[in-house]
Design a protein around this ligand. Structure first.
Ligand code: G3P
Length: 212
């Protein structure tokens, strides 16, 4: 299973990347804003910096909600680097844009997936990735992991190549459960990936060794 960092913070990306376990990055307009990156040129330059740092796929999200706007933005983002994947929302114009960008050879990540029907539509439109938001489903007393299992099952029934990218992943258990369900990718804050490393028994043994 691939690990993507869900952040636009270069230091945090670099910290996980240096461990040799980072396969890509996902971002969105709010993560960019959190880093104080504003304005089209600054945003493009920031994406370019991430693409240079990490060789895997980097999702860059469109902010338009109409077909023409998404196409214009999508083409612009795709020109930044070969490893850019254009992130498009699961709305009707978004589905049209997924199909059109795919026809142009531009890879896509369909975001804001909350049902297996939406995932199936995105896959039919040629999405490279679908991003079900597990944490936000859990937030409303649903079961995000059941959705991951359902999508993985449906895609496997038809050998669909679209990759299942578990998003809105909030804690290490979400990562482990995504792996159990067969998700192709998880994306989460780098701190959550780093939490996987820690175990009290490892630390205990390490401390004992250090004392002897
Ligand atoms: O991966 C999507 C992510 O950025 C949303 O996460 O925690 O705001 O639901 P969250």
């Amino acid at each position: 299973m691939k690990f993507f960092a869900d952040t636009a913070n270069l230091d945090a990306i670099s910290e996980v990347n240096q461990l040799g376990i980072l396969d890509g990055v996902t971002t969105n307009p709010s993560l960019m804003a959190k880093e104080g990156i504003k304005g089209e040129e600054n945003i493009i330059n920031h994406y370019a910096a991430i693409c240079k740092m990490v060789s895997g796929d980097i999702s860059a999200e469109v902010i338009s909600t109409d077909f023409e706007g998404m196409m214009k933005e999508g083409r612009r983002l795709a020109r930044i680097a070969d490893n850019i994947v254009v992130k498009v929302p699961m709305i009707k114009d978004g589905v049209k844009a997924l199909s059109a960008l795919t026809a142009e050879g531009i890879r896509t990540n369909c975001t804001l997936i909350f049902s297996s029907g939406q995932a199936l539509v995105a896959a039919k439109a040629g999405a490279t990735y679908v991003s079900p938001f597990v944490g936000r489903i859990d937030d409303i007393a649903g079961n995000g992991m059941e959705l991951i299992a359902q999508i993985v099952h449906i895609f496997s029934n038809f050998s669909i190549k679209t990759q299942v990218l578990a998003a809105s992943v909030r804690h290490p258990l979400h990562i482990i459960q995504s792996a159990e369900m067969g998700a192709d990718v998880v994306t989460c804050p780098p701190s959550v990936i780093l939490q996987l490393i820690n175990h009290p028994l490892t630390i205990y043994r390490y401390l004992l060794n250090a004392q002897s």
